[in-house]
Every structure is written in structure tokens, then in C-alpha cells.
Design a protein around this ligand. Structure first.
Ligand code: DAH
Length: 335
């Protein structure tokens, strides 16, 4: 029960409450602390209510004085709590800004510029040289049919030449091309001679991996068909190309055999005192042209297939073909 108290006693209590509340609110460290203070000071059963209950016996003159004072204190404390809440929010933001400060003056680590893979730059260089000789670049599919990869190139089923190339077959008819030579046929089918094209691209063979073999590697196919083309044109073109690419380096032609050229040759360059084969070539076999409906009495030509890895290895003194495919940045950054 409330006690009967005098006006000045109640005023004194209100003043004390206000003073203490001010201090507590200003010292509050969190939202929830302020909410608790609001309840304990201003709530239905809060300290202000408790004091107000004691004014029941005051005179009708004194009561409104206390009522007014209590109201002012209530409004003042509410404002104070809101103010303190806002203050806490901005303190938290300031703290976060301070903690998350980024020093924009620290020098950046920079981004690593990409550079061309040595095989690509070698291929580009080969392409450049042939483009300078009047050739244009053609492409063909890596998934090839038995017909284009073998049959049309004079390599029928059961022909011993198929043993030379162990093949990744996808099904009975489709395979991963074992060389870029099928691009010759695809191109000639749609484009009548004269023809001067090169076809760079990936080829696939079921070779075990070692320092000089990889199941995937790159070739550039060369095809020239025109009137009165003979072996000396082939030889001249190959020598011009090799001289442009390597500079003065010993070169030799070795008689060889390919089912789609007659005569055929392999070309070696001398590297580290040894002969290293860098391409196969030959005069396009008339049978290949006739099958395409091209008059082999009128049109003759030569073809060649270059191993890009070999050219790149000689150019950069790389002794292991596996280095090209392992994506080792320490290796790749040198180019
Ligand atoms: N296709 C042959 C191979 O991969 C290389 C080749 C030899 C291509 C003679 C030719 C050529 O165009 O005339 O082994």
C-alpha cells in the first residue's frame, strides 16, 4: 500500500529517480539494457508508477503539480532512452568503419597477365609463314568419320597403314582424328583447285605417354593443288618454310611411305647433333584426287603434315613433350 507523503517528499523522490535514471541511461551499453531500464523506470510496475501511487492522499492543489512533474520526467527519460539508443547505433557504425578500414594507399599486388602457351605461339608462327606464302587457314572436326580419316586417304580397312596409327574409336564409324590430313579431303570436296590451304589442329593417338609421345598432340596440314606442281615445288616450299622458322639449320629429305602421297618423304632437321623428324610430306596420290572427281592429269599437288610439338621443342630447347600439357606455371611463365 502506498504511504501518505508530503509534496516535497514526493518531489524529492522524483528528482532522485530522474537523476539516477539519467545516469543509468547514459551508462547503458546496449539496446537490451535500455529496454530493461525503460520497463523498470517507466513501465506499469516501474519506479515512476510506484512513486505516483503515493500521491493519492495529496491535496487537489498539489496533485497536478506532481502529475505534471512526473509527466515531464517521463517524457524526458523516454527521449533520453531514444537518444542513447541512437548514440549506441552510431558508435557501433563508427567502430565497424574503424575496424574495416581499407588502406587504399597500399600498392596493389597486380593481376597476372595471361600469355600465349608456347604451342600456340609456335602454331601461330607456322601459320604466319604459310599465310605469307599465299596459304589460307582451314579447320576440320576432331571427331572424324572412318571415311575421312582413312578411307578417302587411300587407307582402306585392313590396310597395313592403319597399324601405324592406333586409333581412339568412339564407335564403329566415328573416331578421334589421328591426323589433320582428313581436312584435305573435306576442303577439296567443296572447293575445286587451285587450292592452297593449311589446317592446324589437335590430333589423337593411342600412344603411351613418354618424353616424346602424347595421346594428344598438334599438327599443321599443308595442301597445295594446282597445274604443273611437281616435287621441286614441294621441296622449295618446305625449305623456305624451315629456313624462315629455324634460320640456317641442316635439313634432309628421306624417302618414306604414306598411302595418300606418292612419292612420299619425311623431313628431318639437325638438332643437338641428331636428325629429328619434323614432318611427313609427298605428292598427292592421283588416286586420292580421282576419288574426289578431280582430273589428276590436269591437277597435281603436294601435301605435308607438321608436328607442332617438335617445332616448339627445337625452338625452345624443350626436352620432354609432357611439359606442354601439365600446366606448370613455372614452365609456362618462361614464354
Ligand atoms: N598424316 C601424316 C601423319 O600424321 C603426316 C603426313 C604425311 C601428312 C604426308 C601429309 C603428307 O599431308 O603428305 O603421320
Amino acid at each position: 500500500m502506498s504511504q501518505i507523503e508530503s509534496l516535497s517528499q514526493i518531489e524529492g523522490k522524483l528528482n532522485n529517480l530522474s537523476l539516477l535514471a539519467n545516469e543509468n541511461i547514459n551508462n547503458a551499453k546496449s539496446d537490451s539494457e535500455l529496454d530493461q531500464l525503460r520497463v523498470s523506470l517507466l513501465g506499469k510496475k516501474g519506479e515512476l508508477s510506484i512513486i505516483l501511487k503515493t500521491m493519492g492522499k495529496l491535496s487537489s492543489v498539489d496533485r497536478p503539480i506532481i502529475g505534471q512533474k512526473a509527466n515531464l520526467i517521463k517524457i524526458n527519460l523516454q527521449d533520453l532512452i531514444t537518444e542513447r539508443k541512437n548514440q549506441l547505433i552510431s558508435e557501433a557504425i563508427d567502430k565497424q568503419i574503424e575496424e574495416e578500414k581499407i588502406d587504399v594507399t597500399i600498392p596493389s599486388t597486380g593481376t597476372l597477365p595471361g600469355n600465349k602457351h608456347p604451342l600456340i605461339s609456335t602454331q601461330d608462327e607456322i601459320i604466319d609463314i604459310f599465310c605469307g606464302l599465299g596459304y589460307s587457314v582451314e579447320n576440320g572436326p576432331e571427331i572424324e568419320s572412318d571415311f575421312y580419316n582413312f578411307e578417302s586417304l587411300n587407307i582402306p580397312k585392313n590396310h597395313p597403314a592403319r597399324d601405324m596409327q592406333d586409333t581412339f574409336y568412339l564407335d564403329e564409324n566415328r573416331l578421334l582424328r589421328t591426323h589433320t590430313s582428313p581436312v584435305q579431303i573435306r576442303y577439296l570436296k567443296n572447293n575445286p583447285p587451285p587450292v592452297r590451304i593449311i589446317a592446324p589442329g589437335r590430333v589423337y593417338r593411342r600412344d603411351a605417354v613418354d618424353a616424346t609421345h602424347s595421346p594428344v598432340f598438334n599438327q599443321v596440314e599443308v595442301l597445295c593443288i594446282d597445274q604443273d606442281i611437281n616435287f621441286s615445288h614441294l621441296r622449295g616450299t618446305v625449305l623456305t618454310f624451315l629456313k624462315t622458322f629455324f634460320g640456317d639449320i641442316p635439313v634432309r629429305f628421306r624417302a618414306s611411305y604414306f598411302p595418300f602421297t606418292e612419292p612420299s618423304a619425311e623431313v628431318d632437321v639437325q638438332w643437338k647433333g641428331k636428325w629429328l623428324e619434323v614432318m611427313g610430306c609427298g605428292m598427292v596420290d592421283p588416286k586420292v584426287l580421282e576419288k574426289l572427281g578431280i582430273d589428276s592429269e590436269k591437277w597435281t599437288g603436294f601435301a605435308a603434315g607438321l608436328g607442332v610439338e617438335r617445332f616448339c621443342m627445337v625452338r625452345h630447347q624443350i626436352d620432354d613433350i609432357r611439359r606442354f600439357y601439365t600446366s606448370d606455371l613455372r614452365f609456362l611463365k618462361q614464354f
